[in-house]
Design a binder for this molecule. Structure first.
Ligand SMILES: *[C@@H]1O[C@H](CO)[C@@H](O)[C@H](O)[C@H]1NC(C)=O
Ligand SMILES: *[C@@H]1O[C@H](CO)[C@@H](O)[C@H](O)[C@H]1NC(C)=O
Ligand SMILES: *[C@@H]1O[C@H](CO)[C@@H](O)[C@H](O)[C@H]1NC(C)=O
Ligand SMILES: *[C@@H]1O[C@H](CO)[C@@H](O)[C@H](O)[C@H]1NC(C)=O
Ligand SMILES: *[C@@H]1O[C@H](CO)[C@@H](O)[C@H](O)[C@H]1NC(C)=O
Ligand SMILES: *[C@@H]1O[C@H](CO)[C@@H](O)[C@H](O)[C@H]1NC(C)=O
Ligand SMILES: *[C@@H]1O[C@H](CO)[C@@H](O)[C@H](O)[C@H]1NC(C)=O
Length: 342
């Protein structure tokens, strides 16, 4: 299946743009409002303060963020569900995002990788819409780990968001996570974590320089897995020249690393081995699953894959779907952002 199918438009009306997304420019009733330099009582100019103001109970809460750049770390840790929505003229396209969260922190000073995160999701049932989330620490030779989004809670949904860093951009670590129609940029191990079940669909994944797209840290034969379906892997617009020949789809941070990529369009100039060992002398390849089904595009045209990677058969690939991978997905995944399943 080589075409990127646009979701069927079921809702028509003035709020729907030609490309299918909806304008989301008014806060829903009851939402907490975040707006740059607001002086209105009850509104916030800082997203972290707005999130911290939510009641510490099981109620569902919505935070609506007006266009702007918001500096500083945000932790989400309350018991009840939280939805954070950025103002957007087109809810289905990350290219239309108007809200940027920025923080500049790295492992050298933060104390742990998770603590560097610009947005840290520490509780369950958090969904993020139309937010660009950046860690601006950038390139560094050591202690360069700098997370944009840290996912430590169950049932985290990320919809049409942009995630930007260099090393360790997305820490998908604990829980069931879904990433749909988003943009994920980095160079070194920029999609990584230990235990999560993460499903990626219709995203643009952009490599900025030498390194691995994924670093699955699965250490046991547990339920953890990263499944990718119908994503694009490209070179970032401002990629460094060493991107060519030095990008791999993944390397095993953990001995049981498990990554499945289906129907991926790859134009990033990958190394021809496609997948990498962890490090020379510490390969970690005996129990990994690095599976691909129908990768296509110039990035894999001259592939010469190692024996520790697997080309899946059609029936094997069919076992890794959104519904088979994510627990109770109908209860929490926003179907507006999903591809039709059949
Ligand atoms: C949320 O609900 C659970 C289950 O009903 C309860 O055990 C917990 O104390 C509640 N938490 C808060 C913060 O109200
Ligand atoms: C986020 O949580 C960490 C660790 O609990 C804390 O050090 C940091 O100050 C928090 N950030 C904000 C903005 O509250
Ligand atoms: C929140 O997440 C937990 C863990 O996944 C789940 O059991 C619970 O039903 C969710 N609660 C709501 C209100 O969605
Ligand atoms: C981020 O912080 C580092 C110092 O820790 C600094 O060298 C760098 O210029 C900062 N980046 C930006 C974009 O502010
Ligand atoms: C790739 O190039 C960038 C920019 O010149 C540099 O900082 C980085 O260390 C290089 N990475 C490798 C693995 O050579
Ligand atoms: C992992 O566990 C599954 C069953 O849960 C089993 O089928 C599989 O062979 C195990 N793999 C390894 C590498 O032990
Ligand atoms: C591909 O990766 C191998 C192993 O890291 C390296 O030796 C080789 O130079 C790379 N190929 C290119 C074309 O950069």
């Amino acid at each position: 299946m080589r075409s990127f199918i646009l979701p069927l438009l079921l809702v028509l009306g003035s709020a729907v743009s030609p490309s299918g997304g909806r304008r989301c420019t008014e806060p829903p009733d009851g939402a907490v409002i975040v707006k740059p330099a607001t002086k209105v009582a009850g509104e916030f100019s800082n997203l972290g303060e707005a999130v911290n103001s939510l009641p510490a109970d099981n109620s569902s809460q919505v935070v609506f963020v007006y266009p702007g750049v918001y500096v500083g770390q945000v932790n989400v840790s309350r018991a009840g569900p939280v939805k954070i929505m950025g103002y957007t003229p087109n809810s289905l396209e990350f290219e239309s995002n108007t809200v940027t969260l920025v923080h500049n922190s790295s492992l050298a000073t933060a104390g742990s990788d998770d603590l560097t995160g610009t947005l840290r999701v520490l509780s369950n049932n958090v969904s993020l819409y139309n937010l660009d989330i950046r860690n601006d620490f950038g390139v560094a030779f050591s202690n360069g780990q700098a997370i944009a989004l840290s996912g430590q809670g169950d049932q985290m949904g990320v919809y049409a968001c942009g995630l930007y860093s260099y090393q360790d951009t997305l820490y998908t670590n604990v829980g069931n996570h879904v990433f749909l129609r988003s943009y994920i940029e980095g160079a070194v191990d920029f999609i990584f974590g230990r235990h999560s079940i993460a499903y990626f669909e219709s995203n643009t994944i952009a490599s900025k320089g030498a390194g691995c797209v994924t670093a699955s840290g699965r250490e046991l034969n547990d339920t953890g897995i990263y499944v990718f379906n119908q994503n694009k892997i490209v070179a970032a617009k401002d990629a460094f020249s060493n991107v060519t020949g030095n990008v791999f789809l993944g390397r095993p941070w953990g001995d049981f690393a498990r990554v499945v990529m289906k129907n991926t369009y790859i134009s990033a100039p990958l190394n021809k081995t496609i997948w990498s060992i962890w490090n020379p002398g510490d390969e970690r390849i005996d129990s990994v699953l690095f599976g691909e089904y129908d990768s296509f595009g110039p990035g894999v045209a001259h592939a010469n894959r190692p024996t520790f990677s697997t080309i899946l058969t059609r029936p094997q690939a069919a076992e890794y779907t959104l519904s088979s991978v994510l627990q109770n997905y109908r209860d929490w995944v926003d179907s507006d952002y999903m591809l039709p399943e059949f």
